[in-house]
Design a protein around this ligand. Structure first.
Ligand code: PGA
Length: 276
């Protein structure tokens, strides 16, 4: 993964109307992007199919401009070509570990794939905290994501107490070991380092602190020879004002943006900074 990866995590925000307006505002400016960044939008489940449809319409028009006559293409070819020129990619915010079954309220990885997703966020600290998701459960979800041909975005990060006790290495190390089955072959993996004390608080670790953890994660992942490619992202109170210096940190390949991604203009600025 050579491009910078910039993810918008909308969490439980945005109605259909708000999502459409966001996309209109963002798309208006996207033609100025050099495409050095992979833009991934992770809205709530119910918005996925709708946004996929809107993105497809935009891309169909772009494809027509690039390709000329597209009437002869089969539906499959058309879909493939559209995916190749896609500038905004979709991801889910979670998935179940089973393909289907009696799991009321849940969504499977294959369902996400069906809605045009290429990615899925797993193990976000809000789910670990409020829904008591364990590393073992997250490991099963990663397996399901890979099975469904989705790229997992694994979130890890320590609490304030663990940072203060200086035991965050152990904690993050265990999160990595326990959430990734040792024998699982992984083509692409995204790890988002999101210290819990930084999410939505405006508190951002120092450059040195992020750099130190990024190196630790890199070394930890690199020993697993079953993981072919991986990228390390930082998340937690990312704003347009701090994104350039965070993106410049060694071993940081992108950003996971929560609150600031709800504003299309601010998120565009962050993408623009990463695209240089
Ligand atoms: P934040 O959230 O940018 O609002 O801190 C980041 C996240 O939870 O992914």
């Amino acid at each position: 993964m050579t491009k910078k990866i910039i993810i918008a995590n909308w969490k439980m925000n945005n109605s259909f109307d708000e999502a459409e307006i966001w996309l209109q505002n963002f798309s208006k400016r996207i033609s100025t992007i050099k495409e050095n960044s992979e833009i991934i939008l992770c809205p709530s489940f119910i918005l996925l199919d709708y946004l996929d449809g809107l993105l497809m319409d935009d891309e169909l028009q772009r494809l027509q401009k690039i390709h000329g006559n597209i009437d002869e293409l089969s539906e499959d070819e058309l879909e493939k070509k559209i995916f190749n020129i896609r500038q905004i990619h979709l991801g889910g915010q979670d998935c179940h570990f089973e393909k289907k079954g009696a799991f009321t309220g849940d969504i499977s990885a294959t369902m996400l794939k069906d809605c045009g997703c290429e990615y899925v966020i797993l193990g976000h600290s809000e789910r670990r905290q409020y829904l008591k998701e364990s590393d073992q459960l997250i490991a099963k979800k990663i397996n399901a994501a890979i099975d469904a041909d989705l790229i997992p975005i694994l979130c890890i990060g320590e609490s304030k107490e663990l940072r203060q006790n200086n035991s965050y290495h152990d904690f993050i190390g265990k999160q990595i070991e326990n959430s990734i089955s040792a024998d699982l072959e992984i083509e692409n993996l995204i790890i988002a380092y999101e210290p819990i004390w930084s999410i939505g608080t405006g508190l951002v670790p120092t450059i040195k602190q992020i750099e130190e953890v990024a190196e630790y994660i890199k070394n930890k992942i690199a020993v697993n020879k079953n993981i072919k490619n991986f990228a390390i992202l930082y998340g937690g109170s990312v704003k347009k004002e701090n994104s350039a210096e965070i993106l410049a940190i060694k071993n940081i390949d992108g950003l996971l943006v929560g609150g600031a991604s709800l504003n299309a203009d601010e998120f565009f600025e962050i993408v623009n900074i990463s695209d240089k």
